[in-house]
Design a protein around this ligand. Structure first.
Ligand SMILES: NC(=O)c1ncn([C@@H]2O[C@H](COP(=O)(O)O)[C@@H](O)[C@H]2O)c1NC=O
Length: 558
Protein backbone atom coordinates (compact mmCIF):
# COMPACT_ATOMS: atom_id res chain seq x y z
CA UNK A 1 0.00 0.00 0.00
CA UNK A 2 3.04 2.21 0.04
CA UNK A 3 2.78 5.45 -1.79
CA UNK A 4 6.34 6.25 -2.91
CA UNK A 5 7.93 8.86 -0.73
CA UNK A 6 8.51 12.03 -2.71
CA UNK A 7 10.92 13.82 -0.41
CA UNK A 8 13.89 12.86 -2.51
CA UNK A 9 16.92 10.89 -1.41
CA UNK A 10 17.15 10.38 2.36
CA UNK A 11 19.50 12.77 4.06
CA UNK A 12 22.52 10.95 5.50
CA UNK A 13 22.57 10.89 9.28
CA UNK A 14 25.80 12.84 9.47
CA UNK A 15 24.23 15.80 7.65
CA UNK A 16 21.56 16.36 10.28
CA UNK A 17 23.53 19.07 12.02
CA UNK A 18 21.96 21.19 14.73
CA UNK A 19 22.19 24.94 15.33
CA UNK A 20 23.26 26.70 18.55
CA UNK A 21 19.93 25.91 20.25
CA UNK A 22 20.30 22.25 19.34
CA UNK A 23 17.66 22.63 16.62
CA UNK A 24 17.62 19.63 14.29
CA UNK A 25 15.70 19.66 11.02
CA UNK A 26 12.90 17.12 10.71
CA UNK A 27 13.62 14.86 7.75
CA UNK A 28 12.11 11.51 8.64
CA UNK A 29 9.17 10.64 10.88
CA UNK A 30 7.82 7.40 12.32
CA UNK A 31 4.07 7.67 12.76
CA UNK A 32 1.98 4.99 14.52
CA UNK A 33 -1.20 6.17 16.21
CA UNK A 34 -4.30 4.60 17.67
CA UNK A 35 -6.17 7.90 17.84
CA UNK A 36 -6.24 9.04 14.22
CA UNK A 37 -7.64 12.50 14.89
CA UNK A 38 -5.69 15.21 13.09
CA UNK A 39 -3.57 12.55 11.38
CA UNK A 40 -4.27 13.55 7.78
CA UNK A 41 -3.50 17.23 8.42
CA UNK A 42 -0.33 16.24 10.24
CA UNK A 43 0.82 13.91 7.45
CA UNK A 44 0.06 16.49 4.76
CA UNK A 45 1.86 19.24 6.64
CA UNK A 46 4.91 17.10 7.31
CA UNK A 47 5.05 16.00 3.69
CA UNK A 48 4.81 19.61 2.49
CA UNK A 49 7.70 20.47 4.83
CA UNK A 50 9.78 17.75 3.14
CA UNK A 51 9.50 15.13 5.91
CA UNK A 52 9.54 11.48 4.83
CA UNK A 53 6.87 9.38 6.56
CA UNK A 54 7.14 5.76 7.72
CA UNK A 55 4.05 4.27 9.27
CA UNK A 56 2.22 1.18 10.60
CA UNK A 57 -0.86 -0.68 9.30
CA UNK A 58 -3.99 1.38 9.50
CA UNK A 59 -2.07 4.59 10.24
CA UNK A 60 -0.23 4.20 6.92
CA UNK A 61 -3.50 3.32 5.18
CA UNK A 62 -5.11 6.51 6.46
CA UNK A 63 -2.13 8.62 5.37
CA UNK A 64 -2.02 6.99 1.94
CA UNK A 65 -5.78 7.44 1.68
CA UNK A 66 -5.23 11.17 2.08
CA UNK A 67 -2.91 11.05 -0.93
CA UNK A 68 0.23 11.62 1.12
CA UNK A 69 3.32 9.52 0.29
CA UNK A 70 4.17 7.05 3.05
CA UNK A 71 6.41 4.00 3.50
CA UNK A 72 4.86 1.00 5.24
CA UNK A 73 6.94 -0.15 8.19
CA UNK A 74 7.00 -3.70 6.75
CA UNK A 75 8.96 -2.38 3.81
CA UNK A 76 11.50 -0.99 6.19
CA UNK A 77 11.77 -4.11 8.33
CA UNK A 78 11.24 -6.68 5.58
CA UNK A 79 9.04 -8.48 8.11
CA UNK A 80 5.25 -8.66 8.08
CA UNK A 81 3.08 -7.34 10.89
CA UNK A 82 2.04 -10.50 12.75
CA UNK A 83 0.35 -12.06 15.77
CA UNK A 84 -2.74 -9.83 15.50
CA UNK A 85 -0.63 -6.69 15.56
CA UNK A 86 1.40 -7.72 18.61
CA UNK A 87 4.51 -7.34 16.46
CA UNK A 88 4.64 -4.38 14.07
CA UNK A 89 7.45 -2.05 14.94
CA UNK A 90 9.46 -4.26 17.28
CA UNK A 91 12.41 -4.56 14.93
CA UNK A 92 16.06 -3.39 14.98
CA UNK A 93 15.60 -1.44 11.74
CA UNK A 94 12.99 0.65 13.51
CA UNK A 95 14.65 0.92 16.89
CA UNK A 96 18.19 1.50 15.63
CA UNK A 97 16.73 4.39 13.63
CA UNK A 98 15.08 5.81 16.75
CA UNK A 99 17.89 5.17 19.22
CA UNK A 100 20.99 6.25 17.28
CA UNK A 101 22.57 9.22 19.03
CA UNK A 102 23.50 11.36 16.05
CA UNK A 103 25.99 13.38 18.13
CA UNK A 104 28.18 10.27 18.29
CA UNK A 105 30.20 9.58 15.12
CA UNK A 106 30.34 5.87 15.93
CA UNK A 107 26.52 5.63 16.00
CA UNK A 108 26.32 7.46 12.70
CA UNK A 109 28.95 5.10 11.21
CA UNK A 110 27.12 2.03 12.50
CA UNK A 111 23.86 3.15 10.96
CA UNK A 112 25.64 3.60 7.64
CA UNK A 113 27.16 0.10 7.90
CA UNK A 114 23.78 -1.40 8.71
CA UNK A 115 21.99 0.61 6.03
CA UNK A 116 19.57 2.07 8.61
CA UNK A 117 18.14 5.56 8.24
CA UNK A 118 17.62 7.54 11.45
CA UNK A 119 14.30 9.04 12.52
CA UNK A 120 14.08 12.66 13.67
CA UNK A 121 10.48 12.49 14.84
CA UNK A 122 8.31 9.81 16.46
CA UNK A 123 4.56 10.38 16.60
CA UNK A 124 2.85 7.63 18.58
CA UNK A 125 -0.25 7.39 20.70
CA UNK A 126 -1.11 4.22 22.56
CA UNK A 127 -3.85 1.59 22.53
CA UNK A 128 -6.78 2.76 24.69
CA UNK A 129 -6.18 0.42 27.61
CA UNK A 130 -8.05 2.40 30.28
CA UNK A 131 -11.04 3.09 28.06
CA UNK A 132 -11.24 -0.62 27.23
CA UNK A 133 -11.24 -1.51 30.95
CA UNK A 134 -13.87 1.15 31.65
CA UNK A 135 -16.08 -0.23 28.85
CA UNK A 136 -16.46 -3.50 30.79
CA UNK A 137 -14.55 -5.53 28.19
CA UNK A 138 -13.49 -9.02 29.23
CA UNK A 139 -10.02 -9.83 30.49
CA UNK A 140 -8.66 -11.06 27.16
CA UNK A 141 -9.85 -7.94 25.36
CA UNK A 142 -8.21 -5.76 28.02
CA UNK A 143 -4.94 -7.69 27.76
CA UNK A 144 -4.95 -7.21 24.00
CA UNK A 145 -5.13 -3.46 24.57
CA UNK A 146 -1.87 -3.42 26.51
CA UNK A 147 0.29 -1.60 23.99
CA UNK A 148 3.84 -2.91 23.81
CA UNK A 149 5.33 -1.59 20.60
CA UNK A 150 3.97 1.93 21.13
CA UNK A 151 5.51 2.57 24.56
CA UNK A 152 8.74 1.00 23.32
CA UNK A 153 9.00 3.56 20.53
CA UNK A 154 7.95 6.41 22.82
CA UNK A 155 10.52 5.52 25.48
CA UNK A 156 13.25 5.00 22.90
CA UNK A 157 12.59 8.39 21.32
CA UNK A 158 12.34 10.11 24.70
CA UNK A 159 15.63 8.58 25.80
CA UNK A 160 17.22 9.72 22.57
CA UNK A 161 15.78 13.25 22.73
CA UNK A 162 19.14 14.86 21.78
CA UNK A 163 18.44 13.42 18.31
CA UNK A 164 14.71 12.69 18.20
CA UNK A 165 11.50 14.56 19.01
CA UNK A 166 8.56 12.55 20.37
CA UNK A 167 4.89 13.49 20.34
CA UNK A 168 2.25 11.35 22.07
CA UNK A 169 -1.00 13.21 21.49
CA UNK A 170 -2.82 14.98 18.67
CA UNK A 171 -2.67 18.09 20.92
CA UNK A 172 0.98 18.38 19.91
CA UNK A 173 0.51 18.30 16.13
CA UNK A 174 0.38 22.09 15.68
CA UNK A 175 3.70 22.34 17.47
CA UNK A 176 5.12 19.61 15.22
CA UNK A 177 4.03 21.38 12.05
CA UNK A 178 5.42 24.68 13.27
CA UNK A 179 8.74 22.98 14.06
CA UNK A 180 8.83 21.17 10.68
CA UNK A 181 8.37 24.46 8.89
CA UNK A 182 10.76 26.32 11.18
CA UNK A 183 13.90 24.18 11.04
CA UNK A 184 13.00 21.61 13.71
CA UNK A 185 12.71 21.47 17.49
CA UNK A 186 15.33 22.94 19.78
CA UNK A 187 17.07 20.67 22.29
CA UNK A 188 15.05 22.26 25.11
CA UNK A 189 11.80 21.56 23.26
CA UNK A 190 12.79 17.95 22.63
CA UNK A 191 13.65 17.54 26.32
CA UNK A 192 10.22 18.89 27.32
CA UNK A 193 8.55 16.51 24.85
CA UNK A 194 10.61 13.65 26.31
CA UNK A 195 9.49 14.49 29.85
CA UNK A 196 5.86 14.48 28.73
CA UNK A 197 6.36 11.20 26.85
CA UNK A 198 7.92 9.44 29.85
CA UNK A 199 5.02 10.68 32.00
CA UNK A 200 2.58 9.19 29.49
CA UNK A 201 4.23 5.75 29.48
CA UNK A 202 4.65 5.80 33.28
CA UNK A 203 0.95 6.53 33.80
CA UNK A 204 0.02 3.93 31.20
CA UNK A 205 2.06 1.21 32.89
CA UNK A 206 0.81 2.17 36.35
CA UNK A 207 -2.78 1.77 35.12
CA UNK A 208 -1.91 -1.61 33.62
CA UNK A 209 -0.20 -2.63 36.87
CA UNK A 210 -3.18 -1.61 39.03
CA UNK A 211 -5.60 -3.48 36.77
CA UNK A 212 -3.35 -6.54 36.71
CA UNK A 213 -3.20 -6.54 40.52
CA UNK A 214 -6.91 -5.90 41.12
CA UNK A 215 -8.56 -7.78 38.26
CA UNK A 216 -6.19 -10.12 36.51
CA UNK A 217 -4.63 -11.70 39.59
CA UNK A 218 -7.96 -12.55 41.29
CA UNK A 219 -9.40 -13.68 37.94
CA UNK A 220 -6.41 -15.94 37.38
CA UNK A 221 -6.86 -17.33 40.88
CA UNK A 222 -10.52 -17.99 40.13
CA UNK A 223 -11.79 -15.23 42.42
CA UNK A 224 -14.29 -12.51 41.64
CA UNK A 225 -12.53 -9.39 40.29
CA UNK A 226 -12.22 -6.52 42.74
CA UNK A 227 -12.93 -2.93 41.83
CA UNK A 228 -9.73 -0.94 42.05
CA UNK A 229 -9.78 2.32 43.94
CA UNK A 230 -7.08 3.67 46.19
CA UNK A 231 -3.73 1.92 46.52
CA UNK A 232 -4.33 -1.34 48.27
CA UNK A 233 -2.69 -2.25 51.52
CA UNK A 234 0.43 -4.25 50.83
CA UNK A 235 0.67 -7.95 51.34
CA UNK A 236 4.37 -8.31 50.66
CA UNK A 237 7.55 -6.41 51.41
CA UNK A 238 8.40 -5.99 55.08
CA UNK A 239 5.80 -8.42 56.38
CA UNK A 240 2.03 -8.72 56.34
CA UNK A 241 0.33 -5.32 56.45
CA UNK A 242 3.58 -3.37 56.09
CA UNK A 243 3.52 -0.25 53.92
CA UNK A 244 4.56 -0.87 50.30
CA UNK A 245 8.10 -0.18 49.12
CA UNK A 246 6.63 2.09 46.42
CA UNK A 247 3.28 3.80 46.11
CA UNK A 248 2.52 3.44 42.43
CA UNK A 249 -1.13 4.39 42.08
CA UNK A 250 -1.77 6.85 39.27
CA UNK A 251 -4.50 9.39 39.96
CA UNK A 252 -6.38 10.84 37.06
CA UNK A 253 -7.96 14.29 37.19
CA UNK A 254 -11.71 13.77 37.20
CA UNK A 255 -12.87 17.33 37.78
CA UNK A 256 -11.20 20.71 38.02
CA UNK A 257 -12.66 22.55 41.01
CA UNK A 258 -13.32 26.26 41.05
CA UNK A 259 -10.59 26.69 43.63
CA UNK A 260 -9.05 24.92 46.61
CA UNK A 261 -9.50 25.44 50.32
CA UNK A 262 -9.14 29.17 49.60
CA UNK A 263 -9.83 31.12 46.41
CA UNK A 264 -6.14 31.60 45.59
CA UNK A 265 -5.50 27.83 45.56
CA UNK A 266 -5.93 25.68 42.43
CA UNK A 267 -7.63 22.33 42.99
CA UNK A 268 -9.08 19.29 41.30
CA UNK A 269 -10.67 15.97 42.23
CA UNK A 270 -8.73 12.87 41.16
CA UNK A 271 -9.74 9.25 40.86
CA UNK A 272 -7.57 6.15 40.52
CA UNK A 273 -6.61 5.71 36.87
CA UNK A 274 -7.78 2.60 35.08
CA UNK A 275 -10.65 1.82 37.43
CA UNK A 276 -14.39 2.31 37.36
CA UNK A 277 -15.47 5.30 39.54
CA UNK A 278 -16.33 4.14 43.02
CA UNK A 279 -17.07 5.51 46.50
CA UNK A 280 -17.72 9.17 47.19
CA UNK A 281 -15.35 10.34 44.44
CA UNK A 282 -17.46 8.33 41.97
CA UNK A 283 -20.72 9.95 43.14
CA UNK A 284 -23.36 11.04 40.68
CA UNK A 285 -24.37 14.65 41.25
CA UNK A 286 -28.11 14.92 40.78
CA UNK A 287 -28.56 18.62 41.46
CA UNK A 288 -26.91 21.85 42.45
CA UNK A 289 -23.80 23.89 41.76
CA UNK A 290 -20.46 22.13 41.18
CA UNK A 291 -18.85 20.72 44.31
CA UNK A 292 -16.15 22.84 45.89
CA UNK A 293 -12.95 21.58 47.52
CA UNK A 294 -14.39 22.18 51.01
CA UNK A 295 -17.66 20.49 50.02
CA UNK A 296 -15.68 17.38 49.11
CA UNK A 297 -13.74 17.27 52.38
CA UNK A 298 -16.89 17.80 54.44
CA UNK A 299 -18.84 15.29 52.36
CA UNK A 300 -16.06 12.75 52.90
CA UNK A 301 -16.10 13.27 56.67
CA UNK A 302 -19.90 13.08 56.78
CA UNK A 303 -20.09 10.01 54.53
CA UNK A 304 -17.56 8.18 56.68
CA UNK A 305 -19.35 9.21 59.90
CA UNK A 306 -22.73 8.02 58.63
CA UNK A 307 -21.27 4.67 57.57
CA UNK A 308 -19.67 4.06 60.94
CA UNK A 309 -23.14 2.97 62.10
CA UNK A 310 -25.09 -0.06 60.98
CA UNK A 311 -28.45 1.44 61.97
CA UNK A 312 -30.03 4.24 59.93
CA UNK A 313 -27.74 7.20 60.55
CA UNK A 314 -27.51 10.88 59.65
CA UNK A 315 -24.34 12.94 60.14
CA UNK A 316 -24.26 16.72 59.80
CA UNK A 317 -20.74 18.06 59.24
CA UNK A 318 -19.12 21.49 59.08
CA UNK A 319 -15.40 22.10 58.58
CA UNK A 320 -14.82 18.32 58.66
CA UNK A 321 -16.32 17.98 62.17
CA UNK A 322 -19.74 16.69 63.09
CA UNK A 323 -22.26 19.17 64.48
CA UNK A 324 -24.59 16.24 65.01
CA UNK A 325 -24.84 12.50 64.46
CA UNK A 326 -27.83 10.32 65.27
CA UNK A 327 -29.24 6.90 64.56
CA UNK A 328 -32.97 6.14 64.54
CA UNK A 329 -35.59 3.91 62.97
CA UNK A 330 -35.98 6.16 59.94
CA UNK A 331 -33.94 8.85 58.21
CA UNK A 332 -36.29 11.71 59.08
CA UNK A 333 -36.06 10.92 62.80
CA UNK A 334 -32.28 10.48 62.58
CA UNK A 335 -31.97 13.84 60.81
CA UNK A 336 -34.15 15.62 63.37
CA UNK A 337 -32.02 14.27 66.20
CA UNK A 338 -28.70 15.00 64.47
CA UNK A 339 -29.78 18.54 63.59
CA UNK A 340 -31.04 19.20 67.11
CA UNK A 341 -27.56 18.62 68.55
CA UNK A 342 -26.26 21.97 67.29
CA UNK A 343 -28.71 23.81 65.00
CA UNK A 344 -26.52 26.92 64.95
CA UNK A 345 -23.55 25.07 63.48
CA UNK A 346 -25.70 22.95 61.14
CA UNK A 347 -26.44 26.09 59.07
CA UNK A 348 -24.50 25.66 55.81
CA UNK A 349 -23.55 22.09 56.73
CA UNK A 350 -23.07 18.92 54.73
CA UNK A 351 -25.43 16.05 55.50
CA UNK A 352 -24.68 12.39 54.86
CA UNK A 353 -27.12 9.52 55.27
CA UNK A 354 -26.42 5.80 55.09
CA UNK A 355 -29.92 5.07 53.72
CA UNK A 356 -31.95 6.73 50.93
CA UNK A 357 -33.37 10.17 51.76
CA UNK A 358 -37.14 10.08 52.26
CA UNK A 359 -39.57 12.84 51.35
CA UNK A 360 -40.13 13.52 55.07
CA UNK A 361 -36.40 14.01 55.67
CA UNK A 362 -36.15 16.18 52.56
CA UNK A 363 -38.87 18.50 53.91
CA UNK A 364 -36.81 18.98 57.09
CA UNK A 365 -33.56 19.52 55.19
CA UNK A 366 -35.21 22.09 52.93
CA UNK A 367 -35.88 24.29 55.95
CA UNK A 368 -32.18 24.70 56.71
CA UNK A 369 -29.52 26.16 54.42
CA UNK A 370 -27.52 23.06 53.48
CA UNK A 371 -24.52 22.86 51.15
CA UNK A 372 -24.57 19.15 50.24
CA UNK A 373 -26.66 16.06 50.87
CA UNK A 374 -24.88 12.74 50.25
CA UNK A 375 -26.89 9.55 50.22
CA UNK A 376 -27.12 6.15 48.55
CA UNK A 377 -30.41 7.31 47.01
CA UNK A 378 -33.25 9.84 47.07
CA UNK A 379 -36.94 8.91 47.01
CA UNK A 380 -38.81 10.63 44.16
CA UNK A 381 -40.66 12.83 46.61
CA UNK A 382 -37.35 13.78 48.24
CA UNK A 383 -35.88 14.86 44.93
CA UNK A 384 -38.99 16.94 44.17
CA UNK A 385 -38.56 18.80 47.45
CA UNK A 386 -34.79 19.23 47.37
CA UNK A 387 -34.41 20.19 43.72
CA UNK A 388 -36.59 23.20 44.43
CA UNK A 389 -33.62 24.50 46.40
CA UNK A 390 -31.31 25.98 43.79
CA UNK A 391 -28.09 25.75 45.74
CA UNK A 392 -28.14 22.43 47.55
CA UNK A 393 -25.87 19.84 45.92
CA UNK A 394 -27.29 16.33 45.87
CA UNK A 395 -24.86 13.44 45.54
CA UNK A 396 -25.88 9.84 45.03
CA UNK A 397 -23.13 7.40 45.99
CA UNK A 398 -23.33 3.74 45.03
CA UNK A 399 -21.62 2.46 48.15
CA UNK A 400 -18.52 3.26 50.18
CA UNK A 401 -15.43 2.18 48.28
CA UNK A 402 -14.39 -0.24 51.05
CA UNK A 403 -11.26 -2.32 50.63
CA UNK A 404 -7.93 -2.14 52.41
CA UNK A 405 -7.24 1.46 51.55
CA UNK A 406 -4.07 3.29 52.26
CA UNK A 407 -4.32 6.87 53.47
CA UNK A 408 -1.81 9.30 51.98
CA UNK A 409 -0.85 12.57 53.64
CA UNK A 410 1.76 14.90 52.18
CA UNK A 411 4.45 16.34 54.42
CA UNK A 412 7.08 18.82 53.29
CA UNK A 413 9.25 16.88 50.87
CA UNK A 414 7.50 13.54 51.43
CA UNK A 415 4.40 11.53 51.99
CA UNK A 416 3.03 9.74 55.03
CA UNK A 417 1.19 6.51 54.34
CA UNK A 418 -0.97 4.53 56.73
CA UNK A 419 -3.63 1.87 56.56
CA UNK A 420 -7.09 3.35 57.08
CA UNK A 421 -8.52 3.48 60.61
CA UNK A 422 -11.48 1.13 60.77
CA UNK A 423 -13.98 0.25 63.47
CA UNK A 424 -12.74 -3.30 63.56
CA UNK A 425 -10.40 -3.38 66.51
CA UNK A 426 -11.36 -5.70 69.38
CA UNK A 427 -11.93 -2.63 71.57
CA UNK A 428 -14.66 -1.42 69.22
CA UNK A 429 -16.94 -4.24 70.39
CA UNK A 430 -18.65 -3.26 73.68
CA UNK A 431 -18.57 -6.92 74.71
CA UNK A 432 -14.79 -6.57 75.15
CA UNK A 433 -14.87 -3.36 77.20
CA UNK A 434 -13.46 -3.39 80.70
CA UNK A 435 -15.71 -1.94 83.40
CA UNK A 436 -13.20 0.19 85.34
CA UNK A 437 -15.65 1.58 87.87
CA UNK A 438 -19.35 2.02 88.61
CA UNK A 439 -22.35 -0.14 87.87
CA UNK A 440 -22.53 -2.08 84.63
CA UNK A 441 -24.53 0.11 82.28
CA UNK A 442 -28.18 -0.69 81.70
CA UNK A 443 -29.08 -1.72 78.14
CA UNK A 444 -30.13 1.74 76.96
CA UNK A 445 -27.07 3.41 78.52
CA UNK A 446 -24.78 0.80 77.00
CA UNK A 447 -26.42 1.41 73.61
CA UNK A 448 -25.71 5.14 74.02
CA UNK A 449 -22.09 4.39 74.97
CA UNK A 450 -21.67 2.12 71.94
CA UNK A 451 -23.16 4.84 69.74
CA UNK A 452 -20.93 7.52 71.29
CA UNK A 453 -17.82 5.37 70.80
CA UNK A 454 -18.59 4.97 67.09
CA UNK A 455 -19.49 8.64 66.72
CA UNK A 456 -16.43 10.09 68.47
CA UNK A 457 -14.22 8.62 65.72
CA UNK A 458 -15.70 11.23 63.37
CA UNK A 459 -14.51 14.11 65.57
CA UNK A 460 -11.10 15.71 65.09
CA UNK A 461 -8.80 15.19 68.07
CA UNK A 462 -8.84 15.93 70.91
CA UNK A 463 -12.39 14.65 70.73
CA UNK A 464 -14.96 14.42 73.51
CA UNK A 465 -18.53 13.67 72.55
CA UNK A 466 -21.73 13.56 74.63
CA UNK A 467 -24.71 11.49 73.57
CA UNK A 468 -28.15 10.49 74.75
CA UNK A 469 -30.95 8.57 73.08
CA UNK A 470 -28.62 7.47 70.26
CA UNK A 471 -27.93 11.08 69.27
CA UNK A 472 -25.06 13.43 70.01
CA UNK A 473 -25.87 16.15 72.53
CA UNK A 474 -22.54 17.99 72.58
CA UNK A 475 -19.33 17.73 70.58
CA UNK A 476 -15.95 19.08 71.67
CA UNK A 477 -13.37 18.91 68.91
CA UNK A 478 -9.94 19.98 67.79
CA UNK A 479 -8.65 21.38 71.08
CA UNK A 480 -5.00 21.07 72.03
CA UNK A 481 -5.90 19.66 75.45
CA UNK A 482 -8.63 17.24 76.46
CA UNK A 483 -10.01 19.41 79.26
CA UNK A 484 -10.95 22.16 76.78
CA UNK A 485 -12.59 19.59 74.50
CA UNK A 486 -14.63 18.39 77.48
CA UNK A 487 -15.60 21.98 78.32
CA UNK A 488 -16.65 22.58 74.72
CA UNK A 489 -18.76 19.41 74.61
CA UNK A 490 -20.46 20.33 77.86
CA UNK A 491 -21.03 23.94 76.78
CA UNK A 492 -22.59 22.80 73.51
CA UNK A 493 -24.80 20.28 75.31
CA UNK A 494 -26.02 22.80 77.92
CA UNK A 495 -28.71 21.23 80.10
CA UNK A 496 -28.62 18.07 78.01
CA UNK A 497 -25.20 17.20 79.47
CA UNK A 498 -26.87 15.92 82.65
CA UNK A 499 -27.80 12.30 82.03
CA UNK A 500 -25.76 12.06 78.81
CA UNK A 501 -22.97 9.56 78.31
CA UNK A 502 -19.55 10.56 76.99
CA UNK A 503 -16.87 9.12 74.71
CA UNK A 504 -13.28 10.27 74.43
CA UNK A 505 -11.19 9.32 71.38
CA UNK A 506 -8.07 8.84 73.55
CA UNK A 507 -7.37 8.41 77.26
CA UNK A 508 -7.75 11.21 79.80
CA UNK A 509 -4.16 12.05 80.80
CA UNK A 510 -5.42 13.70 84.00
CA UNK A 511 -8.67 13.61 85.94
CA UNK A 512 -9.48 17.25 85.07
CA UNK A 513 -11.10 16.59 81.67
CA UNK A 514 -13.26 13.79 83.05
CA UNK A 515 -14.13 15.97 86.06
CA UNK A 516 -15.63 18.59 83.72
CA UNK A 517 -17.95 15.88 82.38
CA UNK A 518 -18.83 14.55 85.83
CA UNK A 519 -19.58 18.02 87.13
CA UNK A 520 -21.98 18.51 84.24
CA UNK A 521 -23.87 15.34 85.23
CA UNK A 522 -22.46 12.84 82.70
CA UNK A 523 -23.25 9.38 84.10
CA UNK A 524 -21.17 6.99 82.05
CA UNK A 525 -17.99 7.35 80.03
CA UNK A 526 -16.18 5.22 77.48
CA UNK A 527 -12.53 5.87 76.74
CA UNK A 528 -9.46 3.85 75.74
CA UNK A 529 -7.63 3.99 79.09
CA UNK A 530 -3.92 3.39 79.20
CA UNK A 531 -2.78 6.62 80.87
CA UNK A 532 -0.19 6.34 83.64
CA UNK A 533 -2.79 8.20 85.74
CA UNK A 534 -5.70 5.88 84.89
CA UNK A 535 -6.19 5.17 88.61
CA UNK A 536 -6.57 8.89 89.38
CA UNK A 537 -8.98 9.35 86.48
CA UNK A 538 -11.08 6.34 87.45
CA UNK A 539 -11.10 7.44 91.08
CA UNK A 540 -12.73 10.74 90.06
CA UNK A 541 -15.53 8.82 88.38
CA UNK A 542 -15.88 6.49 91.35
CA UNK A 543 -16.25 9.48 93.67
CA UNK A 544 -19.04 10.82 91.46
CA UNK A 545 -20.75 7.42 91.24
CA UNK A 546 -20.27 7.31 87.46
CA UNK A 547 -19.49 4.34 85.26
CA UNK A 548 -16.31 4.12 83.20
CA UNK A 549 -15.57 1.60 80.47
CA UNK A 550 -12.10 1.15 78.95
CA UNK A 551 -11.83 0.01 75.32
CA UNK A 552 -8.07 -0.41 74.96
CA UNK A 553 -8.39 1.08 71.46
CA UNK A 554 -7.79 4.67 70.37
CA UNK A 555 -9.34 6.50 67.41
CA UNK A 556 -7.43 9.74 66.80
CA UNK A 557 -8.45 11.70 63.71
CA UNK A 558 -6.40 14.72 62.67
N1 LIG B 1 3.57 -4.29 18.72
C1 LIG B 1 4.05 -3.37 17.93
O1 LIG B 1 5.05 -3.59 17.32
C2 LIG B 1 3.37 -2.07 17.82
N2 LIG B 1 3.88 -1.03 17.16
C3 LIG B 1 3.00 -0.02 17.24
N3 LIG B 1 1.93 -0.39 17.96
C4 LIG B 1 0.75 0.41 18.25
O2 LIG B 1 -0.11 0.27 17.16
C5 LIG B 1 -0.95 1.42 17.06
C6 LIG B 1 -1.07 1.82 15.60
O3 LIG B 1 -1.40 0.71 14.80
P1 LIG B 1 -2.08 0.94 13.41
O4 LIG B 1 -1.24 1.90 12.69
O5 LIG B 1 -2.16 -0.40 12.83
O6 LIG B 1 -3.47 1.50 13.73
C7 LIG B 1 -0.33 2.49 17.92
O7 LIG B 1 -1.23 2.75 18.97
C8 LIG B 1 0.97 1.89 18.41
O8 LIG B 1 1.22 2.28 19.73
C9 LIG B 1 2.12 -1.67 18.34
N4 LIG B 1 1.21 -2.39 19.03
C10 LIG B 1 1.22 -2.94 20.21
O9 LIG B 1 1.88 -3.42 20.96
Amino acid sequence: MTVPAAAGAPVPAADRSSDGAGRRPLRRALVSVWDKSGLEELARGLHEAGVELVSTGSTAARIAGAGVPVTAVEELTGFPECLDGRVKTLHPRVHAGVLADLRRPEHVAQLADLGVEPFDLVVVNLYPFEQTVASGADVDQCVEQVDVGGPTMVRAAAKNHPSVAVVTSPDGYDQVLAAAAGGGFTLAERARLAARAFAVTAAYDAAVAAWTRDVLVPAAAGEAPEVSEAPEAPRDDAGAGAPPARVDQVWERAEVLRYGENPHQAAALYRPAGAAPTGLAGAEQLHGKPMSFNNWTDADAAWRAAHDHEQTCVAVVKHANPCGIAVADDVAAAHRAAHACDPVSAFGGVIAVNRPVSAAMAEQVAEVFTEVVVAPGFADGALDVLTRKKNVRLLRVGSPSGGDRLELKPVDGGLLVQTADRLQAPGDDPATWELATGEAAAEDVLADLAFAWRAVRAVRSNAVLLARGLATTGVGMGQVNRVDSARLAVARAGERAAGSVAASDAFFPFADGLQVLLDAGVRAVVQPGGSVRDEEVVAAARAAGATVYLTGTRHFTH
